[in-house]
Design a protein around this ligand. Structure first.
Ligand SMILES: CC(C)(COP(=O)(O)OP(=O)(O)OC[C@H]1O[C@@H](n2cnc3c(N)ncnc32)[C@H](O)[C@@H]1OP(=O)(O)O)[C@@H](O)C(=O)NCCC(=O)NCCS
Length: 173
């Protein structure tokens, strides 16, 4: 199995996996992904058959969003979801993004299990996020922590600027 960029001829297979996996189905979104974010649109190709896809985009200066991830039913539970999640996280890292984020249905224990395993942390609940009224959990993962050097640079700049008053320990008590 190889993970590669989505290509237009994969469209039909990707849409088949998508409609099998999700109730809300919108092919136009995926056409847009290809046109606007094709470096974050990946497929798992198993001997020429598409078994899974992941689509994401750069949401802000520091954050990459995983919009959609799905594995063909017969191929679930053998690590393909993990591989795709690792691959898109690597792409976000190369783009120097600091976080990966996603939303997942409150009832989707399987996907939540995968995300927790991959160090995504549940951050907050979006009430009624989905069109059927179900809540969504926003999960995030730190993918590129601030390096010591960056922190040190900021701190040293600050300490040059701020003149601390002389500390009078006795006056506190
Ligand atoms: C969620 C989904 C993408 C996972 O893909 P997958 O290829 O089956 O996942 P993997 O085989 O890589 O499994 C990875 C981890 O998921 C977790 N997991 C798998 N099945 C699980 C289950 N039934 N309950 C809880 N956690 C589960 C485990 O942590 C597993 O790791 P492990 O095998 O080391 O224990 C896939 O099930 C899917 O396409 N589901 C339908 C679409 C969907 O829900 N997408 C996510 C929308 S947010």
């Amino acid at each position: 199995m190889i993970v590669r960029y989505f290509e237009p001829h994969d469209f039909e297979e990707v849409m088949q996996i998508e409609s099998e996996a999700f109730e809300e189905h919108n092919p136009f979104i995926y056409m847009n992904f290809y046109e606007m974010n094709n470096d974050c649109f990946l497929v798992a190709d198993y001997n020429g058959n598409i078994t899974a896809f992941v689509a994401g985009y750069q949401m802000s200066e520091n954050e990459g969003r995983i919009f959609s991830l799905a594995v063909k039913e017969d191929y679930r539970g053998i690590g393909i979801g993990t591989k795709l999640l690792e691959a898109i996280t690597d792409i976000f890292k190369k783009k120097a993004l600091r976080y990966a984020s996603l939303e997942v249905r409150l009832s989707n224990n399987r996907a939540q299990g995968l995300y927790r395993k991959m160090d995504f942390i549940p951050c907050w609940i979006e009430h009624g996020y989905y069109s059927d009224g179900e809540d969504g959990i926003i999960m995030k993962k730190i993918i590129s922590p601030y390096t010591k050097t960056t922190v040190e640079k900021v701190l040293s700049k600050q300490s040059r600027r701020v003149k601390w008053p002389a500390l009078k320990v006795n006056s506190i008590f």
